[in-house]
Write a protein that binds this ligand. Structure first.
Ligand code: DX5
Ligand code: ZN
Length: 217
């Protein structure tokens, strides 16, 4: 079953509650929340306060993508704020295995994120500890960038690796996903598709969500 996770980075923040309700009514599976610190990535976005504020607005799982340096410092804050899933960049974690255990100790699902150029081998020896792997399909920092086509092969390789080593781990992808490339991504093995501008950039969010979900017929 494919899951669609609209990224609120492209939502209208002045009416965030109704923007979230709109995608929930429209069939979204997870709400993707992009946390950026101005250090790991150039942009600054959302902190635990916003996660806490949107928690009562939706029944959907809150999928918190930490694009921050030293994520260990903030895992408890995001767990307390109501995150259901937390993903950390492998590039930002000196002790990735420990960080994953920290997330799981809070009863939160744990994901590891890889930038486009980061090899899958960084997941060796911790793949089966994860609930999901997030492959960036753009360089993180901003919504509305173009999908990097070379990531299709990376999704395929990860999918093969997971089938052998850790079949319960989900593959999530993030960046430039739209109704044109969604079919290729799903065929390559992507199971959770994050989309910001391809959903929030459209007036009819339900239609946008179903066009992505049903892209391969
Ligand atoms: C990029 C973020 C993405 C972004 C996706 O750094 O992690 O979640 O919001 O936006 P689109 O779908 O517009 O590329
Ligand atoms: Zn994201």
């Amino acid at each position: 079953m494919i899951k669609i996770a609209p990224s609120i980075l492209s939502a209208d923040f002045s009416i965030l509650k109704s923007e979230i309700e709109d995608v929930e009514r429209g069939g979204a599976d997870w709400i993707h929340i992009d946390v950026m610190d101005g250090h790991f990535v150039p942009n600054i976005t959302i902190g635990p306060l916003i996660v806490q504020a949107v928690r009562p607005v939706t029944n959907l799982p809150l999928d918190v993508h930490l694009m921050i340096e030293n994520p260990d410092r903030y895992i408890d804050d995001f767990a307390d704020a109501g995150a259901d899933l937390i993903s950390v960049h492998a590039e930002a974690c000196t002790h990735l295995h420990r960080t994953i255990q920290h997330i799981k100790s809070r009863g939160v699902k744990a994901g590891a994120v890889l930038n486009p150029h980061t090899p899958l081998s960084v997941l060796d020896y911790c793949l089966s500890d994860l609930d999901y792997v997030l492959l960036m399909t753009v360089n993180p920092g901003f919504g509305g960038q173009s999908f990097i086509p070379a990531m299709l092969d990376k999704i395929k390789s990860l999918s093969e690796k997971i089938k052998i080593e850790a079949p319960s781990v989900l593959i999530q992808i993030d960046g430039g996903v739209n109704e044109e490339n969604a079919a290729d991504c799903m065929n390559a093995g992507a199971e959770v598709l994050v989309a910001g501008s391809a959903i929030y950039g459209k007036k009819d969010r339900a239609k946008a969500i179903s066009s992505i979900r049903n892209a391969n017929g």
